[in-house]
Write a protein that binds this ligand. Structure first.
Ligand SMILES: C[S@@+](CC[C@H](N)C(=O)[O-])C[C@H]1O[C@@H](n2cnc3c(N)ncnc32)[C@H](O)[C@@H]1O
Length: 258
């Protein structure tokens, strides 16, 4: 397992309620609360007046925050088109579809699916990544066009294997585990590098796939880097279908033979 970065929380605001919120976040995450110019930790979770962002103090990479209304994801540029490979991979054709996303990360795939019209439950194990995503969703909820979409997107902070076990059977289980030598994904490099420093590589990708198959969902979709080996376990040996995106591949398993 790779060494994880040390993380601390700080406020970049003079407003008392933001300073209090930063202290509450540090306590919630059981992380030290430090000054903004304290660079003793490799990653700083910074609560500004507008948002929660992660800064890498030992790198020139810019801050990472979850932005659904602007920036590279800006939903107006990525309208959840049915042509998106992830939308085709889950088999969405306009009918109601419940998708359980076991690996929320920064929520991009979950948002693309929700924008297309799926009902999505997305699960994140890391409390730090969850805090970043929750903050992005909170800000997105004040966008008039996104607010109705977010009614169909539920974020939970829990291990997905446990959460899926106690959830109603979804139509599709989706997983996008971290991949050690990932050569591309829907998540741009800066974000992916940060995620890797916070959560490390997925040691449990096979266990995630097994839990997805055991859930009884008729369709399981695994996102992989385009040239990566297939994820296979005793329960799920061979995908029934493959779809290639720009830099990613979607392996689709049909555990119940559907
Ligand atoms: C590659 S990222 C997912 C990126 C995401 N698809 C997106 O579009 O932003 C993988 C995420 O899955 C999370 N993860 C890994 N194993 C998990 C588990 N067992 N339960 C919940 N989350 C998990 C990691 O913490 C990490 O944030």
């Amino acid at each position: 397992m790779s060494t994880l970065a040390s993380v601390a929380v700080c406020a970049a605001s003079t407003r008392p309620h933001r300073i209090e919120a930063a202290a509450a976040l540090a306590a919630h995450l059981a992380l030290p609360l430090v000054a903004e110019d304290d660079h003793a930790h490799e990653v700083l979770l910074v609560l500004t007046d507008e948002r929660l962002e992660a800064r890498q103090t030992d790198s020139r990479a810019g801050a990472v925050a979850v932005e659904f209304t602007s920036g590279s994801f800006g939903y107006r540029r990525r309208p959840g088109s049915p042509r998106e490979a992830v939308v085709r991979a889950v088999g969405f054709k306009g009918q109601p579809l419940e998708v359980f996303d076991m690996t929320a990360g920064l929520g991009r795939d979950a948002m693309v699916l929700a924008l297309a019209g799926c009902r999505v439950t997305t699960c994140e194990r890391s409390p730090i990544v969850h805090a970043l995503l929750e903050d992005g969703l909170r800000r997105a909820a004040s966008d008039d066009e996104l607010a109705p979409i977010l009614e169909h997107l539920t974020l939970i902070q829990r291990d997905a294997i446990e959460a899926l076990h106690s959830a109603p059977r979804p139509d599709v289980v989706y997983l996008d585990p971290m991949f050690p030598e990932r050569t591309g994904s829907a998540v741009p490099t800066k974000e992916l590098r940060l995620l890797a420093r916070i959560v490390g590589a997925s040691e449990d990708a096979g266990a995630l796939l097994d839990a997805a198959v055991a859930s009884g969902a008729p369709r399981v979709v695994v996102k992989r880097p385009r040239l990566a080996p297939t994820l296979s376990t005793a329960r799920a040996a061979t995908p029934g279908m493959r779809l290639e995106g720009r830099s990613s591949r979607f392996d689709v398993y049909f555990p119940t033979g559907a």
